[in-house]
Design a protein around this ligand. Structure first.
Ligand SMILES: C[S@@+](CC[C@H](N)C(=O)[O-])C[C@H]1O[C@@H](n2cnc3c(N)ncnc32)[C@H](O)[C@@H]1O
Length: 270
C-alpha cells in the first residue's frame, strides 16, 4: 500500500485541475453524486465489480484510497449509504455488466455519457482530473441517468495500474493535449511504456480508439502504435481514419477544431 501510494505521488499530472467557479448545482453534485460513482480502486480487482453495490473494500477492511481522501463513498459503508447507493436513480447501484470500457481524459464527458446510454450492458469507467469537466458530466447524468458510469476524478494511470490482465474491452483516448514543444513530448499520454500497460489490461481483440486534430501528435502516436507488437491498426484505406464510425460521437475538443482536420484511429489489441 505504501509503495502504491509512493508510486502514485511520483507520477506528475500535467494540465489544469480546476477552471472557472462552479455553479451551486455542480458543487452539490460533486458533493453528493460523485462519491456514489467513484470506484474504490483495488489492485487486481475485476473492474466489473466497480459496477456493483456496495462498492468493494479491501479484504481486511483496509480502505483503498487512490483519490487521496477526496470524493469517495463512505467507508465502511453505512446502512444508509448502502440503501442510497442501491436506489440512486442516477446510478451507483448494481448494474448487469458484460464488459468494461475506459475513457482517459473524458473532458466534459459527452462521449462517455453517449457510450453509456447506447451500451447499457457495458460499464464505462471514466478518468478526468479536471473538476469542471467532471461537474459537467455529473449534470448530464442527473438530467439523463446512466447507471453504468463510474467516474475517477484523478489520473487514469492509477486505474490502469490497478487493473488485472485482459480486463478491458475498449479504451478511448480522445483529443488529448498535444504538448507541441519537443521538451514536453514526454507528457503525451500514449508513450511506448503506456502502450505496454494497455496491452496488459486490454483483452485480445479489444479496441483502442485515438482521436486528434493535431497532425504531429497523430504521426507520433501512429509511429508508436505501429512499432508496438501487440497493436494492429485497423485502417485499410484513408477513409477509415478520416471518418468517424457511427458509434463515435464528437467531443468538445474535436468541435473546437483547435489544430486541424481530425483523425480517428482504431487499433486492435491482437
Ligand atoms: C484536451 S482535453 C480533451 C478532453 C476530451 N477528451 C475532449 O475530446 O473534449 C484532454 C483532457 O485529458 C485530461 N487528462 C490529462 N492527463 C490525464 C490523465 N493522466 N488521466 C486522466 N485524464 C487526463 C485533461 O484533464 C483534459 O481534460
Amino acid at each position: 500500500m505504501r509503495a502504491e501510494y509512493a508510486e502514485r505521488h511520483r507520477r506528475k499530472l500535467y494540465g489544469r485541475r480546476k477552471g472557472p467557479a462552479l455553479s451551486a448545482r455542480q458543487e452539490h453534485l460533486l458533493a453528493t453524486l460523485l462519491p456514489k460513482l467513484t470506484p474504490q480502486l483495488q489492485q487486481g480487482l475485476d473492474p466489473k465489480h466497480y459496477f456493483q453495490s456496495p462498492p468493494p473494500c479491501g479484504e481486511a477492511g483496509e480502505r483503498s484510497d487512490p483519490g487521496g481522501g477526496r470524493s469517495l463513498a463512505p467507508f465502511p459503508p453505512t446502512r444508509n449509504s448502502l440503501r442510497e447507493l442501491s436506489t440512486s436513480p442516477q446510478g451507483g447501484g448494481d448494474v448487469e455488466i458484460d464488459d468494461v470500457w475506459l475513457e482517459i481524459g473524458f473532458g466534459a464527458g459527452e462521449h462517455l455519457h453517449w457510450q453509456a446510454l447506447n451500451h447499457p450492458r457495458v460499464g464505462l469507467l471514466g478518468a478526468e482530473p479536471f473538476v469542471n469537466g467532471v461537474a459537467k458530466l455529473l449534470t448530464k447524468i442527473e438530467d439523463e441517468p446512466a447507471p453504468n458510469i463510474r467516474i475517477y476524478m484523478e489520473d487514469a494511470r492509477d486505474i490502469i495500474a490497478a487493473l488485472p490482465e485482459a480486463s478491458l474491452g475498449r479504451v478511448f483516448v480522445l483529443f488529448p493535449d498535444p504538448w507541441p514543444k519537443l521538451r514536453h513530448h514526454k507528457r503525451r499520454f500514449l508513450q511506448t511504456e503506456m502502450l505496454d500497460q494497455l496491452a496488459r489490461v486490454m483483452k485480445p481483440g479489444a479496441e483502442l480508439r485515438f482521436g486528434s486534430d493535431d497532425a504531429p501528435l497523430v504521426e507520433y502516436t501512429l509511429e508508436r502504435l505501429m512499432a508496438h507488437p501487440t497493436f494492429a491498426w485497423t485502417a485499410t484505406r484513408a477513409s477509415d481514419w478520416r471518418q468517424r464510425t457511427p458509434d463515435w460521437p464528437q467531443t468538445r475538443y474535436e468541435a473546437k477544431q483547435l489544430h486541424g482536420i481530425p483523425a480517428f484511429l482504431r487499433f486492435i489489441r491482437v
